[in-house]
Design a binder for this molecule. Structure first.
Ligand SMILES: [Ca+2]
Ligand SMILES: [Ca+2]
Ligand SMILES: [Ca+2]
Ligand SMILES: [Ca+2]
Length: 339
């Protein structure tokens, strides 16, 4: 559970105020536990629960319906770490197509009613902040540094020039509130001491590169075209003008280094074949849209308001001026990689 995240009775309406949290990005969270103190038990319990729910369908039936995904078994047996799909608002295991409309502050999630959450100027930061397996809608407001997560009281964390980098840094199964501060290169993860990692001009690229279940602090440095991942060797990958699009494209449980190159309209994924996908002006929106455990190459085309998901459907969703809600989209926007 995120510190300072308190449930509210009413899930609707515009964000409200809250008492100050125990630690803040302004203070340095002294006395906080070290990163990595969260254990894998929570994740395993959740997977077990999901399997039990799936298996309970057989009760009372004269035939067996087996709805447990193979990946869940692999996760239970420890062969794969548990990863829920990013931006999975209904919790069914796949990424949902969604846009946020700055002009009216509404979230439009395919298959659900629209929801008013946030105001123009906010950064949408969807994540599973309470660790229940579904993604909560939420925004971070640069003007006051507050996080507004739907269903919870607001949490002040960060300063106006920060870049929101929510992720599960302690690996306990819930998304942790976090910001990266370009001015001093420090990562502020709520409840933990700040971590200096990166330089001004870097692009934060958090991901689980070692596949151990927690989000790793990482930056891509456009000046040296190098990926720096905490605890791992640096990797030269990408060219000037690339947009870093890390994801688990091969579905083996770890985040793969990857870039989308607008100049050649090609996806380059380390250790895999390059894939030409997208047109000029497209916005990359990788995610696990079919819920099979690997990240799918995808782009949103503002000119036709169409989502193109490789080997899957091409639905129209969104309106002009909308922001497609892919993971990390706000990192790209705040660092000027996309308009
Ligand atoms: Ca966490
Ligand atoms: Ca990790
Ligand atoms: Ca991988
Ligand atoms: Ca997939």
């Amino acid at each position: 559970m995120v510190r300072g995240l308190r449930k509210v009775k009413h899930n609707e309406g515009v964000p409200r105020t809250a008492p100050p949290p125990k630690t803040s990005a302004q203070g340095e969270g002294k006395g906080a536990p070290p990163l990595g103190s969260g254990g894998p038990q929570t994740r395993k319990k959740k997977i077990l629960l999901r399997c039990i729910v799936g298996a309970s369908i057989v009760v009372g039936a004269s035939w067996v319906v087996f709805t447990i995904k193979p990946t869940w078994w692999a996760q239970l047996k420890g062969h794969l770490p548990f990863h829920s799909a990013p931006c999975d608002y209904d919790g069914d295991g796949d990424t949902d197509i969604a846009v946020w409309r700055p002009s009216n502050g509404r979230w439009y999630i395919q298959g659900q009613s629209s929801a008013l959450w946030g105001v123009s100027g906010d950064c949408p930061v969807p994540g599973d902040y309470d660790g229940d397996g579904t993604t909560e809608i939420g925004v971070w407001r640069p003007s006051n540094g507050k996080w507004y997560i739907q269903g919870y009281l607001s949490v002040p964390y960060g300063l106006s020039g920060d870049i929101p980098v929510p992720g599960d840094y302690d690996g306990d199964g819930d998304t942790d509130i976090a910001v990266w501060r370009p001015s001093n290169g420090k990562w502020y993860i709520q409840g933990y001491l700040s971590v200096p990692y990166g330089l001004s001009g870097d692009i934060p690229v958090p991901g689980d590169y070692d596949g151990d279940g927690d989000t790793d602090i990482a930056v891509w440095r456009p000046s040296s075209l190098t990926w720096y991942i905490q605890g791992q060797s640096s990797v030269a990958y990408g060219l000037s003008g690339d947009i870093p699009v890390p994801g688990d494209y091969d579905g083996d449980g770890d985040t793969d280094i990857a870039v989308w190159r607008p100049s050649s309209l090609t996806w380059y994924i380390q250790g895999q074949s390059s894939v030409a996908y997208g047109l000029s002006g497209d916005i990359p929106v990788p995610g696990d849209y079919d819920g099979d455990g690997d990240t799918d190459i995808a782009v949103w085309r503002p000119s036709s308001l169409t989502w193109y998901i490789q080997d899957l459907s091409s639905p129209q969703w969104g309106a002009s001026g909308d922001i497609p809600l892919a993971q990390n989209i706000w990192i790209w926007k705040r660092t000027g990689l996309i308009p």
